[in-house]
Write a protein that binds this ligand. Structure first.
Ligand code: NDP
Ligand code: GDR
Length: 337
């Protein structure tokens, strides 16, 4: 039975990846942070009581800022595959906490890479790094591919670049099986509520149910290449199943403005978006990434992958899921009134 370790298992991608690996028969280990409130809602449905035989999912307290714990975990677990998905992943917030973001997102990756060496796992363990289209930043080439130069526009993107190049460097220096997936924005009903897509679908459905009056947003002109998270995590796994470790762009090759996302969402609910959406400059970034669109030709050719869920269907999936949540919330509110 293969053993995988996932950092960021409680996040959007971590939860889908854990599901996928469990389905494939893996023993899955996840690093979780101690928090004063529960932070495992995305993986609660996967939880298994450790006292019962045949348990396949194990959670360990840890933090990407703690290298000793990482070394201990790797000695103990000897995983076949490590997926480094843990991150302070909010671009806007990285301008508020640049040092912390650099520590967790950038140095955090080195801590794992060094722990692999320290635990003598270089010839056994395969490593996946969650790289990001944010590294392309300022537009230099359209669409962006694996060879497009990087020009990061936020502390988050700078930290991701550091982790990306270290992944390449450990592959070249130590022959480690290490891959970076340069994933463009990917969304789902499990997307964090402060990322723009989920913020929009959550607000619009709550407006529909009379639970909220307005939606405040920043820059509506930014363009993103939005795909479906559930499909993208399959590519993380597939990259580690190839004969050679390489880096891949994962994207849909379609781009849409934030405004188009708003329009599609509100139209789906028969609402006139202009009545409800207001501008708030607090959501602007000191430096913006204006246009992202990725060409996944290499993934198509080598991994045999093409995205199935595109923009309109993605919006529908997210609106339908959030509408159900808003309907439940409205029912509870009515019952308590
Ligand atoms: P989320 O923000 O949903 O999840 C982030 C995860 O990282 C959570 O499990 C979080 O734990 C954990 N985490 C945060 N800080 C630490 C820390 N100090 N130590 C250990 N774990 C920590 O991100 P996504 O699932 O959307 O993204 C997964 C990865 O992919 C991230 O690295 C992200 O930067 C990257 N990425 C995401 C893209 C996207 O569009 N979603 C695109 C490209 C790259 P907790 O639940 O306790 O907060
Ligand atoms: P992004 O995603 O920065 O691309 O990073 P986000 O959804 O936060 O922003 C996308 C675009 O929407 C604009 N925007 C707003 N964004 C937020 N969050 N809130 C708002 O109110 C708002 N109004 C307008 C932003 O300016 C931006 O242009 C995501 C994260 O998941 C990263 O971790 C990942 O690496 C990249 O995607 C690829």
């Amino acid at each position: 039975m293969k053993k995988a370790l996932i950092t960021g298992i409680t996040g959007q991608d971590g939860s889908y990846l854990a599901e996928l690996l469990l389905e494939k028969g893996y023993e899955v280990h996840g690093v979780i942070r101690r928090a004063s409130t529960f932070n495992t809602s995305r993986i609660d449905h996967l939880y298994q009581d450790r006292h019962v035989n045949g348990v396949k999912l194990f959670l360990h307290y840890g933090d990407l800022a703690d290298s000793v714990q990482m070394v201990k975990l790797l000695y103990e677990l000897q995983p076949d595959e490590i997926y480094n998905l843990g991150a302070q992943s909010h671009v806007r917030v990285s301008f508020d906490v640049p040092e912390y973001t650099g520590d967790v997102v950038g140095v955090g990756a080195v801590r794992i890479l060094e722990a692999i060496r320290e635990a003598n796992l270089v010839n056994k363990t395969k490593f996946y790094q969650a790289s990001s289209s944010e590294m392309f930043g300022k537009v230099q080439e359209v669409p962006q591919t694996e060879t497009t130069p990087f020009w990061p526009r936020s502390p988050y993107a700078c930290a991701k670049m550091y982790a990306h190049w270290l992944t390449v460097n450990y592959r070249e220096s130590y022959n480690l099986f290490a891959c970076s997936g340069i994933l463009f924005n990917h969304e789902s009903p499990r997307r964090g509520e402060t990322f723009v897509t989920r913020k929009i679908t959550r607000a619009a459905t709550r407006i529909k149910m009379g639970l909220q009056e307005k939606l405040y947003l920043g820059n509506l002109d930014a363009k993103r290449d939005w795909g479906y998270a559930k499909e993208y995590v399959e590519m993380m796994w597939l990259m580690l199943q190839q004969d050679q470790p390489e880096d891949y762009v994962i994207a849909t090759n379609e781009t849409h403005t934030v405004k188009e996302f708003v329009q599609e969402t509100f139209a789906h609910l028969d609402l006139d978006w202009e009545k409800y959406v207001e501008y708030d400059k607090r959501y602007e970034r000191p430096a913006e990434v204006d246009l992202l669109i990725g060409d996944p030709a290499k993934a198509k050719q080598k991994l045999g992958w093409e995205p199935k869920v595109k923009f309109k269907e993605l919006v529908k999936i997210m609106v339908d899921a959030d509408l159900k949540l808003a309907q439940d919330e409205a029912k509870i509110k009515k019952a308590l009134a």
